[in-house]
Design a protein around this ligand. Structure first.
Ligand code: ZN
Length: 297
């Protein structure tokens, strides 16, 4: 990858995830900070879904962060769906999606109700995002790397309109609320990424030794148990609540039915994330199962 000259930092891709909302607003009032931290790149800020933000909702008509596939962006003319139009607007401003995109790096700030700490989600392994994320996990004990490989053009995520992206998922935090500790952690991590861009642009990464890091790679999503009508008929088991990134193995309790029965997990050992994420009930995801590896990044 060539130098990183243009960076977009986004909040409010989901309107009720307030860390990104307030962090972007804070930085909008003193953008000079970016000239100090990362003078070699142009940093732009964006509140991606301003209407949902005002309504304190995740989205208005459909999830904005599922609206950036090449197919969705190529819908001709105006749509009745707010997010389809907004995604096209953002793509004009910061894309267009593809090799000639204006944006080298997009850092998208999210919150989750799951106990994920500060999770660094990478959609592909490129020289900057892997090495910088390896530095960050060594420096911040609250961080973990979640690799969620995406076919870039088909991917619906906002970050994929840039050449490279990092999605920060910080929690647990109830949507529509703020936690000072998580706000400050997120701020430090984003600024650290920008300092690392500076190092990268100076060629310092070429001399860097690879670091051994723990990588959680997306395997598959797991839905709640459902009855014949399609309604959920069990909850996350108390043993599993808050146990993101913890081992789940054959025979472990995973769900609890409304009449108190334990449901056990059957299958190979995995490491669940996004356990009991509030916004994923509608997506039929009780948790995402990942596999853990140690990799040299
Ligand atoms: Zn989000």
């Amino acid at each position: 990858m060539s130098l990183i000259k243009s960076i977009v930092i986004s909040g409010a891709t989901h309107g009720n995830e307030k860390t990104g909302v307030e962090l972007v607003r804070k930085w909008q009032s003193y953008p000079e900070i970016f000239e100090k931290v990362c003078p070699s790149a142009n940093v732009q800020l964006v509140l991606a879904n301003p209407l949902a933000m005002r309504l304190n909702r995740r989205y208005v008509d459909q999830d904005l962060n599922r609206s950036f596939s090449e197919n969705s962006l190529s819908i001709q003319g105006g749509s009745l769906c707010y997010e389809i139009n907004r995604a096209k607007e953002l793509n004009e401003m910061f894309g267009k999606k593809g090799e000639c995109t204006k944006t080298d790096l997009l850092i998208d700030v999210h919150n989750t109700t799951s106990n994920m700490g500060a999770c660094l989600i990478l959609s592909e392994k490129n020289p900057f995002t892997t090495m910088a994320s390896a530095e960050i996990v060594k420096e911040f004990p609250e961080t973990r790397i979640y690799f969620q490989p995406e076919e870039r053009l088909a991917s619906p995520y906002f970050g994929t309109i840039a050449k490279a992206d990092i999605c920060l998922e910080v929690g647990p935090q109830a949507h529509g609320t703020l936690l000072a500790s998580l706000f400050e952690l997120t701020e430090k991590i984003v600024l650290r990424y920008l300092e690392l861009v500076e190092d990268y642009n100076k060629g310092l990464f070429e001399k860097r030794e690879a670091k051994l890091v723990e990588v959680f790679t997306q395997w598959k999503d797991l839905d709640y148990p459902r009855d014949a009508s399609g309604n959920i008929c069990a909850m996350i088991h108390p043993d599993r609540q808050g146990a993101d990134f913890k081992e789940l193995k054959e025979g472990d309790k995973i769900f609890k039915t409304f009449d108190g029965q334990d449901i056990l997990y059957h299958g190979e050992t995995v490491f669940p994330v996004f356990v009991n994420e509030a916004a994923y009930y509608e997506k039929k995801i009780a948790m995402s199962l990942t596999k853990r590896t140690m990799e040299n990044w």
